[in-house]
Design a protein around this ligand. Structure first.
Ligand SMILES: [Ca+2]
Length: 503
């Protein structure tokens, strides 16, 4: 059997029997014989509804509809070993493709995100990005695997998935989307920057686009704290700090609602919490004050002079005893061990921010970092990009997102040049990809679909916050630099009483 991509050509390939289940495509099992340019199909099988059990779970995903499951191994380089899954709904396919991203150093197919996409009718795919497991020890001595992780696995997956979907259904997906957060947001930006025609629409959540800068920041803080317990902020210290931040900056954003909605303008000095008398409760020691200042403070790349964001006021409840999240710290440590210094014995105490932040970025050479502000090819191709980030993210600084947005605006000649194609939504009080005290649940997939398919640009995205499954606040997210402004009447917990406005 020979497969040809394109609706008309593919029609001639289908047998009458197959036409009963697909208008023009191939039976799922026949995909095993499909030829891929950079890899092989290792499994092609129909999966009954509710029967699929991911290898990383004990139980089957019972909510899944029936689908055609295709497993692929891609080898774009001799050292590549990229695992990919492609799932195509057996019925009620919406005609579209939504690829999903990973977290941290990835190393596994994101079955949960695939399940969400399949459940909404999309054909979907995910990759392990070319290695197994969450750390970066695989990187030592494997430059091609670093390229795979940096950008090649996702791009090659995209090509293969589109081909497989077209072969099975008899038509190319009408629209191709990327949906990722965290490392998946980094992958999103990489696609938009490097392969502008891979996707019609891209969701970049909390993108780790300054990958090496974030690694440097997390390690910088950990270096100060790992052998200095007295300087650490305990959980109760962080609550004291957070209450003080909210007290200082909540109302300053225009609405007293318990949220710091403009943290970049929040002028809060942790020194106001320094213990004055013998009573040591509800205050911070001088060393702890310095720790808080360190966590908030941006760094500067000594070579490029570009700022590297610190964590922002309002994010304190997500901090850990060693500063940034454990994931940020572990990812940072592995970045320096295996990708920068190529020394598994390298320790955080060896770190020198002035020297090593710049060194990490230079060595990366824009492989993992996704800092290129030239989105013009993506925009010219008609692509739409929705980026979002929680202002209270304790894992990837939201300053990454606002800085990148401003750099794109500057590079492309002003906000009007990008507003029709690229919008950033900052979520007050939201943590890393979700969670937190602020409205943190919103349907960015629907917003992107409407933009790409119907030309309805997201002027606001409805978001909500729930406690124990009950919505207790709704609020629009607004395209940056606009903010959700209270209209002066009605409940401050109802989105209808807010308008998106410039500051
Ligand atoms: Ca507020």
């Amino acid at each position: 059997m020979k497969f040809v991509i394109g609706g008309v050509c593919a029609m001639v390939l289908a047998t009458a029997a197959r036409l009963e289940t697909r208008d023009a495509g191939a039976a799922c099992a026949d995909l095993a014989r499909l030829k891929l340019s950079n890899g092989t199909i290792t499994a092609a099988e129909n999966v009954d509804a509710g029967a699929f059990k991911p290898p990383d779970r004990e139980n089957a995903l019972q909510s899944l509809p029936s689908f055609c499951r295709v497993a692929v191994t891609l080898t774009p380089s001799p050292d590549s070993d990229i695992k990919v899954e492609v799932w195509i709904p057996a019925a009620n396919w919406n005609g579209k493709f939504q690829a999903v991203g990973n977290g941290a150093f990835s190393g596994s197919v994101n079955y949960a995100a695939m399940a969400a996409a399949l459940g909404r009718g999309y054909a979907t795919s995910s990759t392990d990005t070319g290695h197994a497991g969450g750390g970066a020890s695989w990187a030592a001595g494997h430059p091609e695997k670093i390229v795979d992780f940096g950008w090649r696995a996702v791009h090659e997956m995209t090509i293969a998935a589109k081909k497989i979907i077209a072969a099975q259904t008899g038509r190319a997906p009408a629209f191709a989307y990327w949906n990722g957060c965290s490392a998946g947001g980094r992958q999103a930006m990489k696609e938009a920057q490097r392969f502008p025609d891979d996707y019609n629409g891209i969701i970049a959540g909390a993108p780790g686009l300054d990958w090496t800068g974030r690694a440097a920041q997390a390690v910088r803080v950990a270096k100060t704290l790992e052998h200095n317990a007295a300087a650490r902020l305990s959980s109760s210290d962080r609550q004291v700090l957070h209450r003080a931040v909210v007290g200082a900056c909540d109302a300053a954003d225009g609405l007293k609602d318990g949220l710091v909605s403009d943290p970049e303008s929040c002028r809060f000095d942790p020194g106001v919490l320094e213990c004055k008398g013998p009573d040591q409760s509800g205050c911070l020691t001088p060393a702890q004050v310095e720790t808080a200042r360190l966590i908030y403070s941006p760094g500067v790349n000594a070579s490029t002079r570009r700022r590297i964001g610190g964590l922002l006021p309002g994010s304190e409840l997500g901090w850990t005893d060693l500063g940034w999240t454990a994931s940020a710290r572990a990812t940072g440590l592995d970045q320096f061990r295996f990708l920068v210094f190529k020394d598994p014995a390298w320790e955080i105490q060896n770190f020198n921010f002035e020297r090593d932040a710049a060194r990490a970025e230079e060595i990366d050479r824009d492989t993992l970092n996704a800092l290129d502000p030239n989105l013009q090819p993506f925009i010219s191709h008609g692509g739409k990009l929705i980026q979002f980030h929680g202002w209270a993210d304790p894992q990837i600084s939201p300053a990454n997102s606002t800085q990148y947005y401003e750099r794109v605006v500057e590079t492309l000649g002003g906000p009007r040049k990008i507003h029709g194609s690229y919008r950033l939504f900052m979520a007050p009080g939201m943590g890393h990809c979700g969670g937190g005290d602020g409205p943190n649940t919103f349907d960015v997939v629907a917003a992107l679909d409407a933009w790409v398919e119907r030309g309805t640009a997201p002027d606001r995205i409805a978001a909500s916050h729930s406690t124990s499954g009950v919505v207790d606040r709704s609020r629009p997210l607004c395209p940056y630099p606009q903010v959700a402004a209270y209209q002066g009447t009605g409940s401050i917990d109802e989105a209808a009483n807010f308008a998106c406005r410039s500051r």
